[in-house]
Every structure is written in structure tokens, then in C-alpha cells.
Write a protein that binds this ligand. Structure first.
Ligand code: GLU
Length: 262
């Protein structure tokens, strides 16, 4: 059975372009007799905006895009709000550490900033330099008991990560361009990358339809699916709604909040 999801972050009013992504998910679910899951991606608590969740639910209902599982309706994979699912992500990250595919990183914000500054000076793309990747086990154990840390994915230094996008065909990324991205932040919350993959797997999502601004995140997701030994869903990146001058639609072109159109 086709299972799709619409996974907004409650960071502001529901954008008309985001609503369009929801429409494509709803259409596929209804055309195939499948299920539409509504999942709230609120793990970046600093960006959560008051009233945003209500505006998402109200906007979807106004458009008639009813969801089959999610907030207010429940379902077999509840809760559908990521901040209420934290233990699952931590467990998943620990599984990757045990498999040697992730590691704790103790670098301070100051050190990371200094590394980025040097890289910029050398005209290199700023990225984590991997210092904590090969710590001695005893050193790692000592640091773990003494200071806060994040958990990072160990990206293979060579090779390529490729995937088949349903709209665009094959997309290839060089692994050396992908940094050892963070899975769990120092506050214990997962990043978008980890939470998104874990939930798409646990919620048995078959097709991911999302805006094409997420393409650059997708190789990280593909690496995660591989490391967990999970099958990745069908990946579908949808074009964005553009302004007449072909730039991304923004407030300077007119209303972007869906409910303003009401
Ligand atoms: N939370 C992401 C957003 O705000 C979801 C992206 C995705 O569908 O994977 O759009």
C-alpha cells in the first residue's frame, strides 16, 4: 500500500508552496487508495513559532486535504509529533555508533568556528574536519563522562552516493563533499536528517514527495538508509512555486501564507 507523508516544521504560517507539496501527497494517497500521514517536524525547538501548528492544521482542512494519520486523528504510529518521539532517535543513533557508522564529537563551538575560518581562508567549503572520528577508546570514554557532545555520522571518505529521483532521474553526489553531519545535537534532540529517516522508516512510508530544496539533504538520507540496512522510499522532489521573475516566491511578490488567500 502506498503510504505518503506531509512533514511540515511548525516554524511559521503554512506557506502556499508547502501546501502545494501537501496537495501532491494527498493526490497520490487518494489515487492509490493509500494513506496520508501528517507528521510534525519540530525537533529544532528554537525555530518553533507560536500558532504555526494551528495554521498548518487549519490550512490543510480549509483545502480539504484530510490526513489519515497524524495529530488530532491518531493512528498506529502515534505520536506524530517528533519532539514526543525522542527516545527512538537516540536509540537509532546509538545503533549506528555500535556499528561504527557514527561517533561522538566533543569539539567546542569555538573550535568549529576556527576550523571554518581557516577553511574559508583557504577557499575551501566549510565543513567538519573529522577530528573526533578516530579518538582512542579510552580518550573517548573519558571525554564522554566529562563534557557535552553531539553524535555525527561517519561519511565514507571516498566514493559516491547516488539515488534515483522519480522526477529528475539519477542524482550523484561525491562523498568527499558531504561532511560528517550531526545526528543528535548536544541537547539530545535529533537533527532533521536523522529524525526524518527514522520516522519515514518506522511509519512505513513508501514515497517521499517534498520540495526540491531538500535534494541536497537526500544523499545524507540515502547514506543513513544504507547504514541502518533499511530500504529507502521512492524519492520525488517537486519543483517550487516561483515568482514571475523565476526567483523563489516570497513576501515581496505578494501573499505567501496560505490562509491569506482565504
Ligand atoms: N520538515 C521538513 C520541512 O519543513 C520536511 C522535509 C521533508 O519532507 O523531508 O519541509
Amino acid at each position: 500500500m502506498v503510504r505518503v507523508r506531509f512533514a511540515p516544521s511548525p516554524t511559521g504560517m503554512l506557506h502556499v508552496g508547502t501546501a502545494r507539496t501537501a496537495l501532491f501527497n494527498w493526490l497520490l494517497a487518494r489515487a492509490e487508495g493509500g494513506a496520508l500521514v501528517l507528521r510534525i517536524e519540530d525537533t529544532d525547538q528554537s525555530r518553533v513559532a507560536a500558532g504555526a501548528l494551528e495554521s498548518i492544521l487549519e490550512g490543510l482542512r480549509w483545502l480539504g486535504l484530510e490526513w489519515d494519520e497524524g495529530p488530532e486523528v491518531g493512528g498506529p504510529h502515534a505520536p506524530y509529533v517528533q519532539s514526543q518521539r525522542q527516545p527512538r532517535y537516540l536509540e537509532a543513533a546509538q545503533e549506528l555508533v555500535a556499528k561504527g557508522r557514527a561517533y561522538e564529537c566533543f569539539c567546542s563551538a569555538e573550535r568549529l568556528e576556527a576550523v571554518r575560518r581557516e577553511q574559508r581562508a583557504r577557499k575551501e567549503a566549510p565543513r567538519y574536519d573529522g577530528r573526533c572520528r578516530n579518538l582512542e577508546p579510552a580518550e573517548r570514554a573519558r571525554l564522554r563522562s566529562e563534557q557535552p557532545y553531539v553524535m555525527r555520522f561517519a561519511v565514507p571518505p571516498q566514493g559516491q552516493t547516488r539515488f534515483e529521483d522519480y522526477v529528475r532521474g539519477e542524482i550523484v553526489f561525491e562523498n568527499r563533499e558531504i561532511e560528517d553531519f550531526v545526528l543528535i545535537k548536544s541537547d539530545g534532540m535529533p537533527t532533521y536528517q536523522l529524525a526524518n529517516v527514522v520516522d519515514d522508516h518506522l511509519m512505513e512510508i513508501t514515497h517521499v514527495l517534498r520540495g526540491e530544496e531538500w535534494i541536497s539533504s537526500t544523499p545524507k538520507h540515502v547514506l543513513l538508509y544504507g547504514a541502518f540496512g533499511w530500504q529507502a522510499p521512492v524519492l520525488v522532489h517537486l519543483p517550487l512555486i516561483l515568482a514571475p521573475d523565476r526567483s523563489k516566491l516570497s513576501k515581496r511578490h505578494g501573499a505567501t501564507a496560505l490562509l491569506e488567500y482565504r
